[in-house]
Ligand binder design. Structure first.
Ligand code: ADP
Ligand code: MG
Length: 690
């Protein structure tokens, strides 16, 4: 760990702001990869500027800049023209800029261009000295990083450049793949690729760097998985379950009948846990396939046999929801189970009470967030750990959880349907159960993809649903209209929760109660909003994608998604999975604000199918390896650079290489071994995969 404050120009304040982006040391900066790149092109004639895009012009000013005031805003304007057209260039609320913009001086301006009443306007461009622009910018790809409060793009670029120039790079970028693999896969060296992913000299080099880092992601993933497999398959379990009548009774008394796939999964899990060896199983099932009840039954079985079972979930909202559902089930059936909830936002007293119940084994089913594996929590005999939405957790968090017991059985639940071909490679080494059928009696969700003009109708439709006692989600891609200091090229205005919330309160009649939910709210606020929706105290929840994970409100029948073109197909499918959970007809309305054909084609897939596995495989088909500079789809599996869809061709080679290292069929030197071990522990800390 190397302190960032040791680098020039980084003070405590900046270091703190970087921390909020997850960059807590200089090593982290090396692995904080750009999310996109900006290409600096040579200045063009005015006619070549495209409205909506970033453009670059070179000019000599004829006059000093003009300063106007409008609506309390100070606007600095210059007007330029060449033989091909005329351009107005404006800066808002930056009065000091006029000092610079004097007659007869030459500049390069680079900024986004708009068309307004037939006039071309470039707004807020950056200003460059023409010689400097020519020599240090033209033809370069500059990194675009994900930004945060108090962190500008310039600052991040400066920081990453400083870190990458320092000797630290040599330490973190030690080669950990043997030459035989580098050659066989035609991979760039580790050091070059880390440098190049931040500051590529060309597109070709960037492509090579990305390929290497994707390979690393997959390779390390398989190394960890294979190591764990070795560990588990040799391990005898101290928690050996026996058949228990109470489990059968509990199953028979459920308010519904298990689907064939659920029943099979329950059987296999019980068998695993009775086998005398440690279970290491993945339960994969589409949204709404009913994974939770399978987990409940596995936990109940563990508890009936005298051990404790823990359910680890990624959010407080979800922890509370699972806890309430389980408690309700226990009360209804009069089961002898003692669940307890443990989350970070509980008061100290509540937490220590919970810990006491756990340590004394008066609680046998423990549901909670990462608080479950904090140091102070001691288990009496933890026999089973279930992780819901497994991809949301780092490996080290799960390892920590494992430390809590001797070697508990592990059940991972995932709602990311992965095409069969990829799943076989990714999880080939794990035991997997798939829930491939949905509970019966559900009506398929009705989907529609429409343009913004349809919004009015959608609101009316939602109002009609609410009058029937139903509830609705409206999802936006952004929290508010600020947030980001600078937006990279190509981004347009996005719908946001705060503005839409205010707008909808005016549009809907008073009796319609509207709430909001987003990631910047405290956990208490979030839980309150979710609780209100669940209890029917609000009718419409305006939210970001935070509701994506696992939330179950059967009364919700409408999901409206703004800027649907902004989301990946799998993510849209997850979002849509929040409705269609009860017996009423549910609807998903996707607003497509893009005019592009590609977006329309993508969205038509999700419109025409409700099958997560099919959607995932179409996603795979549509996304060729082509979009080198494309922004990685969020969510999926939390790899640093790699995307299992886009980069699927690297999966099998990475798996085979890991196999060769583990089996010793490719010998490695002491240096490489050491570097590899270092990298593996680094990925354990930071990765989010099984
Ligand atoms: P997910 O797999 O997405 O986690 P859940 O476990 O939340 O899905 O289940 C979705 C809903 O389906 C819940 O309300 C649950 O009670 C219900 N459910 C689960 N299994 C069945 C079943 N076999 N028959 C009817 N409803 C079921
Ligand atoms: Mg779930």
């Amino acid at each position: 760990m190397t302190e960032l404050t040791g680098f020039k120009g980084i003070g405590d304040k900046t270091a703190e702001a970087l921390m909020r982006l997850g960059i807590s040391c200089a090593e982290d900066m090396v692995f904080y990869f750009p999310r996109d790149y900006e290409e600096f092109e040579a200045p063009r004639e005015i006619y070549a500027l495209t409205p909506g895009r970033v453009g670059t012009v070179l000019c000599e000013l004829r006059q000093d800049a003009a300063v106007n005031r409008y609506n309390g805003m100070v606007i600095v304007n210059v007007y330029i023209s060449d033989m091909t057209g005329r351009l107005q260039i404006s800066w808002y609320n930056m009065p000091y800029i006029r000092q610079k913009l004097k007659a007869d001086s030459r500049f390069v301006f680079r900024g986004r261009v708009y068309e307004k009443n037939g006039r071309l306007i470039m707004s807020q461009p950056k200003i460059y000295d023409p010689e400097e622009y020519e020599s240090s910018y033209v033809g370069r790809l500059m990194p675009v990083y994900r930004l945060g409060k108090g962190i500008s793009s310039r600052l991040l670029i400066k920081t990453s450049a400083a870190v990458l120039r320092s000797s630290l790079l040599d330490q973190v970028s030690k080669e950990f793949l043997p030459k035989a693999i580098l050659d066989a896969q035609a991979l760039m060296g580790e050091r070059d690729s880390l440098l190049c992913i931040h500051f590529p000299k060309s597109r070709e080099r960037l492509y090579e760097a990305r390929k290497r880092l994707c390979f690393d992601d997959f390779f390390l993933f398989f190394m960890l998985q294979k190591k764990r497999k070795q560990l588990f398959s040799e391990q005898a379990s101290e928690y050996r379950l026996r058949p228990d009548m109470r489990l059968l009774r509990m199953t028979a008394d459920l308010p519904f009948e298990l689907t064939r796939a659920q029943a099979e999964a329950v059987k296999v899990i019980s068998r695993d846990m009775s086998s005398g060896r440690v279970m290491n199983r993945l339960l994969e099932g589409d949204v709404g396939s009913g994974k939770t009840i399978v987990a409940f039954l596995a936990m109940a079985h563990t508890a009936f046999c005298g051990y404790q079972a823990a359910l680890l979930v990624p959010t407080e909202v979800l922890a509370r929801q699972h806890f309430d559902k389980l408690t309700e089930l226990i009360d209804k059936q009069g089961l002898e189970l003692h669940p307890v909830l443990l989350t970070g936002s509980m008061t100290q007293t509540q937490k220590s009470e919970a810990r006491e119940l756990i340590a004394s084994h008066r609680a046998d089913i423990i549901i909670g967030t990462h608080a479950l594996f904090q140091e102070k929590v001691e288990y009496d005999s933890l026999g089973l750990v279930v992780t819901d939405e497994q991809h949301r957790f780092g490996v080290s968090q799960r390892e920590a959880m494992k430390q809590k017991g001797g070697m508990p059985h592990m059940l991972f639940m995932s709602a990311t349907p992965i095409p069969r071909t990829l799943s076989m490679i990714l999880y080939g080494d794990m035991d997997v159960s798939v829930l491939d059928s949905r509970p019966e009696g559900r009506l398929p969700i009705k989907n529609t993809v429409v343009g913004p003009a349809y919004r009015k109708n959608a609101y009316k439709f939602i109002y009609d649903e609410i009058k029937k006692g139903h509830r609705a989600y409206i999802v936006c891609p952004a929290i508010d209209d600020g947030g980001q200091d600078e937006e990279p090229a190509g981004e347009q205005e996005l719908e946001n929760v705060e503005d839409l919330f205010l707008k909808l309160r005016k549009i809907f009649p008073k009796e319609v109660r509207i709430g909001r939910l987003h990631g910047r709210m405290s956990s208490q606020e979030k839980e309150k909003a979710m609780g209100e929706l669940r209890d029917g105290a609000i009718d419409i929840l305006v939210s970001t994608t935070v509701i994506e994970v696992g939330v179950d409100v059967p009364e919700a029948t409408v999901m409206m998604i703004e800027n649907a073109e902004r989301f990946g197909l799998s993510q849209l499918h997850q979002l849509r999975g929040r409705v269609g959970r009860g017996s009423d007809q549910s609807y998903c309305i996707m607003i497509n604000t893009s005019k592009g054909e590609e977006a329309a084609e993508r969205l038509s897939i999700i419109r025409d199918s409700n099958d997560g596995f099919f959607i995932a495989s179409e996603d795979l088909r549509l996304r060729g390896p082509g979009d080198l500079l494309g922004v990685r789809q969020s969510g999926d599996m939390g790899f640093g650079v790699a995307d299992i869809y886009r980069d699927h061709e690297l999966l099998a080679p990475a798996r085979d290489s890991a196999e060769q290292i583990i089996s010793g069929s490719i010998p490695i030197s002491e240096d490489i071994r050491k570097a590899l071990d270092e990298r593996l522990s680094r990925s354990m800390e930071n990765s989010y995969y099984v």
